[in-house]
Design a protein around this ligand. Structure first.
Ligand SMILES: *Cc1c(COP(=O)(O)O)cnc(C)c1O
Length: 433
């Protein structure tokens, strides 16, 4: 399958090129040339299939032409060494728990798949590939853990000094091996700028292969459609009837866009809810038809603090730039930190369900929008323990129990290299590594 750029000014490329380049040469995002739909037979059978079986069928639609069947099956099964269960929170309201992976965030699915796919493509490739990731917390840990010990790949995680939580920091600074953590004396925006400058630097790109592992990369983004199919299957299996509505707490909109792809493949979804924190660029777009990116503001749902959502270009492309068409599949909500806290507290007290700040945004938007006869699923994108400080400040000290996986990370020793915000320093580092 070929991939085209959303900017449409450069030729189509192969999957391998799309994955190793990350971004198209004209700065557009790669899109698959076709989205193949499933037949109704597939949806008649889906409730009998496991998460892994379903995901393999979805993966074949995207990657089946480029990866041998058995290899693809191994890639999918190896990626999904954990489940994404659907948990009932209330009548007609379900949580799709995406936090059972190694770093307890949904990004594990895409991070692990991308690492394995890139590893497959690099067999017999003589050059080493350098993956650069800027992170405000969750992306770095999912990508670093996904790529740990994958031959031929070196990962550099750039993160802002003092601005990620202890737990998040431990998850990518204690790994060693092919993972290097770079502690930048600046903000997340500085980290992102350093990475972008590296991709645009001719000298660096002549000397080494550089790629990104954010949701702009198709290998990270497309597998995120797997769990939407799984949610549908598990609800059908449980005999739950009604039109399906997904609420997606969103930042860069990779997750939500993957859901739109699932719908385009025939998954019966009535609509999607784009749930924002105060960084409400898409909410405003849905209201006014104007897309106006701006600088991000910090909130307690910090993985969604994005002022220029990168996957929005994919949504526009998928719907032929039509605000009407986009609005018929998507509605928007946005919530303040106060409202997020309120929701976490209420759901814990009334339903005995612990939300993390991101999931809380999704839950609240779903409750506001769900109509009679519909079944709502919100994506619970991270384990509450990843945000222990915030969660306990709302629900009380001692309410959060640290899962074993996190405790193991907390025991590791932090290894990171300090970096200034000057691109010249980063460039020198990459040349001398
Ligand atoms: C990354 C992340 C999000 C936002 O996902 P996008 O695909 O960027 O919209 C939401 N919640 C958590 C916990 C995340 O880590």
């Amino acid at each position: 399958m070929k991939y085209y750029s959303t900017n449409q000014t450069v030729p189509q490329v192969s999957l391998m090129e799309a994955v190793t380049k990350g971004l198209a040469a004209d700065n557009g995002l790669f899109m698959p040339e076709r989205i193949d739909a499933f037949s109704s037979d597939f949806f008649d059978q889906i409730q009998k299939m496991s998460f892994q079986e379903i995901s393999f069928e979805v993966a074949k639609k995207f990657f089946g032409e480029d990866v041998p069947e058995q290899t693809l099956k191994d890639l999918v099964y190896d990626t999904l060494c954990f489940d994404c269960p659907v948990v009932k929170v209330q009548e007609s309201v379900y949580s799709l728990e995406l936090f059972h992976g190694p770093t307890l965030a949904f990004k594990d699915v895409g991070g692990r798949f991308m690492a394995r796919l890139l590893g497959h493509f690099l067999k017999g490739f003589s050059k080493e590939v350098n993956v650069l990731v800027a992170t405000s917390g969750d992306t770095g840990s999912a990508v670093a853990n996904g790529f740990l010990n994958v031959p031929g790949i070196k990962v550099y995680v750039l993160y802002p000094k003092g601005l990620v939580s202890d737990i998040q920091e431990k998850q990518f600074t204690t790994l060693g091996c092919n993972i290097t953590a770079l502690e930048v004396n600046g903000t997340f925006d500085d980290c992102q700028r350093l990475v972008k400058s590296a991709f645009l630097d001719e000298e660096l790109n002549k000397a080494m292969v550089l790629t990104s592992a954010n949701s702009i990369n198709v290998a990270r983004f497309l597998p995120q459609s797997f769990y939407y199919f799984n949610a549908y299957a598990r609800l059908r299996q449980a005999g739950v009837k009604g039109d399906l509505v997904f609420s997606v707490p969103s930042g860069n909109f990779g997750n939500l866009t993957a859901g739109l792809f699932a719908k385009a493949m025939g998954l019966p979804v009535k609509r999607f809810i784009a749930a924002n924190n105060e960084n409400d660029i898409v909410y405003q777009y849905l209201k006014t038809g104007k897309y106006e990116p701006r600088a991000s503001v910090s909130t307690i749902a910090n993985a969604m603090d994005v002022g220029a959502p990168s996957n929005f270009a994919r949504i526009l492309d998928l719907y032929h730039q039509s605000h009407d068409q986009i609005s018929s599949d998507m509605v928007g909500y946005r919530y303040s930190d106060t409202e997020i806290r309120e929701t976490m507290k209420q759901v814990f007290e009334e339903e005995n369900y612990m939300l993390d700040p991101h999931g809380a945004v999704g839950y609240r938007a779903l409750k506001a929008d769900l109509k009679k006869g519909e079944v709502g699923v919100f994506l619970e994108t991270a384990h509450p323990a990843k945000f222990t400080e915030t969660v306990e400040s709302v629900l009380g000290k001692g309410t959060v129990v640290l899962p074993e996986k996190l405790e193991a990370f907390m025991k590791g020793e932090k290894l990171s290299i300090g970096l200034s915000t000057e691109f010249a320093d980063f460039k020198k580092f990459l040349f001398n590594k």
